[in-house]
Every structure is written in C-alpha cells, then in structure tokens.
Ligand binder design. Structure first.
Ligand code: FES
Length: 269
C-alpha cells in the first residue's frame, strides 16, 4: 500500500534509514580500529558517527510512524510486526544514546562496555531490519500499486454512507478503490458481474485486499494468496477459512453508493 510519507511515490522511511545504519556501523568500526591502532582520532570519529546515527534514527522514525498508523492495515500481522520493528529501533536508539552518555566525550577511549553496547545495538538493528524487509517485501507496505491505463492507486475517505465513493465510469474491469467510510475500510471494485463492495481486511492475517488482484469475481490477497468470491464473500481458496463481509451497492445517476454492512457468510464455497 502506497506510503503516505513519500515524494513522487518514493517513501522517505527507506531513504532515511540508511543514515542510522551506516553511521552506527561506522561508529563501531572506528572504535574497534581506534582501539586496535591506539588512535584517538579514530574513536573520536566513532563518537561523532554515533551521534549522527542517533539524529538519523530520530529523523527516519517520523515517516515510519506516519506509515505505521496510516498505511499498515489495522488488526493485521503487519501491524504487530510494525510495532515490534518500531519498538526495537527505539531500544537501539536508547542503547546508543546511553553509550554516548557513558563515554562522555569524543576523546574518551571506548572500553569493553561501550563496545558491547554497540554490538548489542547493531545485532538488534539487524533483526529490526529483517522485520522491516518483511514489511516491505512480503506485506508490501509502501508499494505503489497501479492499474494499467488507470493512473495511480485510488483511495477515498468518506464521513458517512450517504456520500458516493466514485462515479461508475471511474472503474474498469478488475480495478478497485479503497474507501474508508465512517472508519471502515471497504473495497469498491468492478468485476465481470458489475460493481461490488467488500471488506478490505483478509480474514487470514489482515492483508489489504485492495492491494490484491481482482480477476473475474474473485479477489486474491497479496500476502498469502487466499481468494474470495466478491459477490458473497465466500472463501474460494485458503489459507483463509472465514468469509469476508460484503456490502450492497446502489448506483444513482452514475454515482456509486455503498450500503452499510451485511453479515459475512460463514460457509466456504
Ligand atoms: S493475510 Fe494471509 S492470505 Fe490474506
């Protein structure tokens, strides 16, 4: 799902994380070589690199938090993963700040406690990077999906169910719009049998179906491939076991309105 903190579809978070990663690794390398070569200029450089890493981490956190709360699907495995990722990064930042405070000044030679703190911080940072990779490459957070000939992925936010989501002419076969209506995330799409509306949340682990693929009248979740019939919500193929909620559609003067929820059907097709 497209990042909210981006410039021309290039998310800021992955651009900025290069600074804390690079500077904290450089800080560790400067310290180790400084001790080995008994060169105070090197461990002073390590001290300043650690400060730069802390500043970079604080800057990188801003777009990360924006995307965590506005882009990552709610009640999903990615949301939990995002909180762990952010929590570990915060812990790493605290470790490096504590290490700097412990050293006190650039000219102070780092001792084994300072080096150990850097090692622990970098190990945690590596694990957090692993989680960040999963968020991007598997959960597709920050990916800008587009439809051929239809421009950018579309999202709408409506205060209530009385407002139209779109004009019916805006949707071609297989295209979807993510509409947040009165706080609910609803996908409005055009399948081979007409315009349909269904819950955005995959019942397996909460993947965004608006990020998936609509072929015929089946939508496929992008995370683990579950497929649902968008007319009745039934599961076509798992791993999901529960149906998704579907919603009625009314078209008035070409404008598409979504009716409030029907109950999801329990029986899989
Ligand atoms: S979240 Fe696993 S298939 Fe949708």
């Amino acid at each position: 799902m497209r990042s909210r903190a981006q410039f021309r579809s290039h998310p800021f978070h992955p651009m900025l994380v290069a600074f804390p990663i690079g500077l904290w690794v450089a800080s560790f390398a400067f310290d180790v070589f400084g001790i080995w070569l008994r060169d105070s200029a090197l461990w002073s450089a390590g001290f300043y690199a650690a400060i730069g890493g802390c500043v970079g981490a604080a800057l990188a956190a801003v777009p990360g938090v924006i995307d965590l709360f506005s882009v990552v699907p709610p009640k999903s495995s990615a949301k939990a993963r995002g909180f762990i990722h952010g929590g570990i990064n915060t812990l790493v930042l605290i470790i490096f700040i504590a290490e700097l405070a412990y050293r006190g000044a650039p000219e102070t030679q780092p001792d084994h406690i300072a080096i150990l703190a850097s090692v622990v911080g970098l190990c945690l940072l590596s694990y957090s990077g692993w989680l960040g990779g999963t968020l991007v490459y598997r959960n597709q957070i920050g990916v800008d999906h587009r439809y051929a000939g239809a421009g950018i992925f579309r999202e709408r936010t409506l205060k209530d169910w009385e407002q139209p989501v779109c004009n019916s002419s805006e949707l071609a076969d297989g295209q979807m719009i993510l509409a947040t209506i009165a706080g609910k995330r609803i996908v409005v799409g055009k399948c081979s049998e007409g315009i349909v509306a269904f819950a955005d949340r995959c019942t397996h682990k909460g993947g965004s179906l608006a990020d998936g693929t609509l072929i015929g009248c089946a939508v496929q979740c992008p995370w683990h491939g579950s497929q649902f019939n968008v007319n009745n919500g039934h599961v076509i193929t798992g791993p999901a076991e529960r149906a998704i909620a579907t919603y009625g559609i009314q078209i008035k003067a070409g404008e598409v309105f979504v009716e409030p929820a029907k109950s999801p059907k329990k029986k899989a097709a």
